[in-house]
Design a binder for this molecule. Structure first.
Ligand SMILES: [Fe+2]
Length: 161
């Protein structure tokens, strides 16, 4: 029975590591997408919201690098199918709308909200796994990222377009 518990914990650690790598890949790609969104956004309010998210995303990447350090792993990304779909969706949003219009801002905001919910879901589950294993320092780092993702949802709820 004890052996099984140890095996399960090993499997959970492996699953956590893979999920961490996917989130690292996601944050790096989100950073790039936000640069593009900032250029494409029309309203000053939306540009400001994106700027907040850009600053936060840089911190998210740094905190994830700290998590890798805590785990004694080299920071590396792993392809994430879900985020790739959301990135594609963002490109469709650009091609379906016209530059310098409010509709373009709606498309950007829609995509940003979907991405932020994806990030919240992933951080929530990473936190649950880290709690189960007892990695308190990692839980704290991930909580900080989750709290900032929630702030972005609040900003988008204010309809910045
Ligand atoms: Fe993030």
């Amino acid at each position: 029975m004890q052996e099984m518990a140890a095996k399960q914990e090993d499997d959970l650690m492996l699953f956590f590591n893979n999920a961490l790598k996917k989130m690292y890949w996601a944050e790096k790609n989100i950073e790039r997408l936000l640069d593009q969104m900032h250029v494409e956004a029309f309203s000053i309010n939306l540009k400001n919201t994106i700027e907040i998210h850009q600053l936060q995303t840089r911190r998210h990447i740094q905190r994830l690098e700290q998590v890798f350090k805590e785990r004694e792993l080299k920071p590396e990304g792993r392809f994430c199918e879900a985020l790739k779909g959301l990135l594609n969706d963002a490109m469709v949003g650009f091609s379906d709308t016209v530059r310098k219009t409010r509709i373009r801002d709606v498309a950007i905001s829609t995509c940003l909200l979907k991405i932020t919910h994806y990030e919240m879901a992933t951080y929530t589950m990473l936190i649950h796994m880290a709690q189960a294993i007892g990695w308190h320092a990692i839980v704290d780092l991930l909580h900080q990222n989750l709290a900032e993702e929630k702030e972005i949802v609040t900003e988008l709820d204010r309809r910045p377009y």
